[in-house]
Design a protein around this ligand. Sequence first.
Ligand code: GLU
Length: 482
Amino acid sequence: MSNLRLRFPPSPTGKIHVGNIRTALFNWIWARKNNGDLVLRLEDTDAARSTREFEDFIIKELNWLGLDVDEGVGVGGDYGPYRQSERKDIYDKYINQLLEDEKAYKCYCSQVELDKMRDEQKEAGEIPHYDGRCRDAEDKDIEDYVVRFKMPFENEKIVVDDLIRGEVEFNSEEFDDFVIKKSDGMATYNFAVVIDDALMKISQVIRGEDHLSNTPKQIMIYKALGFDLPKFAHLPLILDENKAKLKKRSDDDAVYVGEFRRKGYLPEALFNFLALLGWSPGDQEEIMDKDEIVKKFDLTRVNKSGAVFDIEKLNWMNNQYIQSMDLNRLYDLSIPYLIEAGYIDSKDDIDEERLLKILDLTRDGLDYLEQLSSETELFFTEFEFEDIEAAKEEINDPEVKNVLNGLIKELNALEDFSSDNIKVVFNKVRKDTGVGGRKFYHPLRVALTGRSSGPDLVSFSEIMGKEEIINRLNKSLELITS
Ligand code: GLU
């Protein structure tokens, strides 16, 4: 067993969010850097909302990003079970110990009573809190109760010693006798997490800043049970472009990891991007592979302040990775997008050489692979002028007529319709007609593609082939009336 033991304990209550996966990623990097162990635990104490399907999603996304774990759900290990729903007896044992030691007590208050208490406190100008009224209640023979942890302090400082934030102070008055066992018999998060982290020998707890306010409660439980404290590190929040906390939006799937995968972000690009949310290597380097990130990463150099999730930067980064990736891999990845766009029927219905050329020509314009639909449309759809009036204006000109006729003659004569030869022809016709620059290329672009912008015309022509190109030139000639 390694000395450094880390954990990633998501709750399988929904699709996994980029904030959570960033936490997983930082844990993974830190574990790999230090030859530590990373444990995957599933915090499924919320029985109504936790599902195996969400669990599968989490595991799928971790695998996709290459975040392998050393121990836990799906892998096994010496400290299981690794699903909290399977650990109820373990929690009960420690809850009973606290009850026996009078460090916790049963609370029989009804919801109505609790609501009334809180309303009265609000009216009196107090912050609503549980006032401890069941602390000395007699044991009752009823099933409907919760167990509360008895706050051991009054007006005392509780210090969280954080690897990123330094010492963060809380006052015990901020906390009331909080529930550690719910009326359904299951331990609460704040209790179960301590038992699990302690028994699984977790040495560092690295998680999001949103859990910082839970940490004092957890520290009190560690102390009440005589467990050693792990080290804590709270990662900065992820903010949206308005510097507000990045939320899970029900109307918009954009913050879910699966959505990035679906849109065609590459795992290595998302990995690189997420690693820079709250950390930087201290040099100007932005594009880094996993090994380099692991080498340079230092948990103590993670920022305290929130990290803005800049989608433009992610797009830029993904584009960089798409530009430099292995073309055959791009080919494989492109197929579902081309099927989705309706350009091909299946992976057996492809002219391989042609598709490789198309991808090589268009990849610079892709921020993510879903854009293949628009970026490659020209190669898969029937020729038509996007704007016939504008096309006429561009093409209906005696000089353009000369250019088109010249090209038809010269291109027809080509035996090998390669880009090198096409280029020679373009240059020759420019010279022969005396039409150069924009006057040559712009009408020609409209004539060959039907549009006013697009890919390099020489490569485009080679991909489309002689017959199609000559047809298009002839079709464009028909626009010429003078
Ligand atoms: N299940 C918690 C969450 O997903 C884990 C928090 C923790 O790391 O302690 O937010």
